[in-house]
Design a protein around this ligand. Structure first.
Ligand code: MG
Length: 167
């Protein structure tokens, strides 16, 4: 085991469908369409979960929570992030910072991004200034730009927990 910092990256995309709930970073946003997914389809939490798992070298969200598994149907994606954070702590790491980008043509996320950031920071146990949430459109290009999909990207930095004698 080494005391080196770790970084991880995550990317997630979901198709948007009319009438689905739209949950992003654990915040429900009023929208005409929401992501289709086996769970609640929260692309931001899925990307963050994958970033943490990647930094730990522990596979990806699909390995831990297979989409065909009935246990995760409609699941609150904070469950997935909590499990990744539990694994980080078990491996002797804490999340030191996280940066994210959400790409969507609709709903417009600008008015929501600070609330999403606060919620994600609380989930990660971090002060606000260690978490970034950027909201982008795709300038009308591709499935995101056409309003048919939503995407999120996340990068996390993990640092060793203080006081671990093995580090
Ligand atoms: Mg996903």
């Amino acid at each position: 085991m080494s005391a080196d910092p770790r970084v991880g990256i995550g990317l997630d995309s979901h198709r948007l469908e009319a009438g689905r709930r739209c949950v992003l970073g654990g915040v429900e946003i009023p929208a005409e369409a929401g992501p289709v997914g086996h769970s609640d389809g929260d692309v931001l939490l899925h990307a963050l979960t994958d970033a943490v798992l990647g930094a730990l070298g522990q596979g990806d969200i699909g390995d831990l929570f297979p989409p065909g598994d009935e246990r995760w149907r409609g699941a609150d994606s904070s469950t997935f992030l909590a499990e990744a954070l539990r694994r980080a702590a078990a491996a002797g790491f804490r999340v030191a910072s996280a940066d994210t980008v959400v790409s969507a043509e609709r709903p417009r996320l600008g008015p929501w991004k600070e609330r999403i950031r606060a919620n994600v920071a609380a989930m990660l146990g971090l002060p606000h200034d260690r978490v970034g949430v950027k909201a982008k459109t795709a300038e009308g290009l591709g499935p995101v730009g056409e309003g048919r999909a939503i995407e999120a990207r996340a990068v996390v930095l993990l640092l060793p927990l203080p006081g671990d004698p093995t580090r």
